[in-house]
Design a protein around this ligand. Structure first.
Ligand SMILES: [Zn+2]
Ligand SMILES: [Zn+2]
Length: 241
C-alpha cells in the first residue's frame, strides 16, 4: 500500500502546504482518501488522475482543514465519474453536505456518492481495504482516527488529538503497524515523540504541524527515536510495509 501526502498543513494552507489529505493506493489499484482538506479535485484532475480508482473517502472529523476539499469532489463527481462512498464522523455533516449537493444539483439522489456515518470499531471492508475507527477527544462531537489495512500492510492515521495525548490509541503499544501518521499542533514535539516511542509502529510520519517552528525540534529530535520519523511535504509518496 502506498501513501501520498496531498496536504500536510494545519488549520490553514501554508506556503507549499495544503490542508490535510492523504491518498492511499493499493497494489490492486484501488484508491482511498483519508481527509480532504486539500483541494484534492484540483490536484488530481490537474494530473489527469483516473478517478474511477477512488473507492471511498473517510473524514476524521468536521473541521474545515480536514474536509474543505470535499465540496469540489461532490460538485464534480458526475463530471469526473467519481463513484465512492463518503464516510463522515457526524450526521450533521451528512445533512450539510446533502443539502449542498441538492443546492448544486436539483434532483441529486446520492446514488454515486452515498454518505455514511462512521461508527466506532470496524466499519469498512471492501475485500481490499479494511478500516477500523478509534474515537479521539479532539472535539466534544465524535472524531476519529483510522486503522487502514490492505496488501498485508497497515497505517494508522490519528486524526486530530487532545492536548493531553491521552487519546493517542493504546493499542499501538502492542499491535505493530507499518506507519503512524499523526499531528503536532496540540502538544509539543517532545511530548509527541515520548508517546510514539512507546508504540510498535515501524515508522512515524508527522504532519499538521503548528506553529511551523516546531518542524525544527521535530527534525532535531528525530534521530533519537527508535523508528524512522518522516516529516512529509505535500506530494511525498511512501510505500507502507
Ligand atoms: Zn480539528
Ligand atoms: Zn486539524
Amino acid at each position: 500500500m502506498k501513501i501520498r501526502f496531498l496536504g500536510t498543513s494545519y488549520g490553514a494552507p501554508a506556503p507549499g502546504r495544503h490542508q490535510q489529505s492523504l491518498l492511499l493506493e493499493t497494489d490492486a489499484g484501488n484508491a482511498y482518501l483519508v481527509d480532504a482538506g486539500a483541494p484534492v479535485l484540483d490536484i488530481l484532475a490537474g494530473e489527469g488522475y483516473d478517478f474511477g480508482r477512488l473507492k471511498a473517502i473517510f473524514i476524521t472529523h468536521l473541521h474545515g482543514d480536514h474536509m474543505n476539499g470535499l465540496a469540489d469532489i461532490l460538485n464534480l463527481a458526475a463530471y469526473f465519474g467519481i463513484r465512492c462512498g463518503i464516510w463522515l464522523s457526524e450526521q450533521r455533516g451528512i445533512d450539510a453536505f446533502e443539502a449542498y449537493c441538492r443546492m448544486q444539483t436539483p434532483g441529486w439522489t446520492g446514488a454515486h456518492t452515498p454518505f455514511f456515518r462512521i461508527e466506532e470499531g470496524a466499519f469498512y471492508d471492501d475485500g481490499v481495504l479494511k478500516v477500523r475507527s478509534v474515537q479521539t477527544a479532539h472535539m466534544k462531537a465524535p472524531c476519529f482516527g483510522f486503522l487502514l489495512e490492505a496488501d498485508a500492510s497497515s497505517v494508522y492515521v490519528t486524526g486530530d488529538l487532545s492536548p493531553s495525548l491521552e487519546d493517542f490509541p493504546a493499542f499501538l503499544d502492542t499491535v505493530p503497524v507499518g506507519m503512524v501518521v499523526t499531528e503536532c499542533a496540540h502538544f509539543s514535539p517532545e511530548a509527541l515523540y515520548e508517546r510514539i516511542r512507546r508504540t510498535r509502529c515501524a515508522c512515524a510520519a508527522v504532519i499538521h504541524v503548528m506553529p511551523p517552528s516546531r518542524y525544527e525540534a521535530l527534525a532535531a529530535l528525530a534521530g533519537d527515536m527508535p523508528m524512522p520519523v518522516l516529516l512529509p511535504e505535500d506530494g511525498d509518496v511512501y510505500e507502507i510495509r
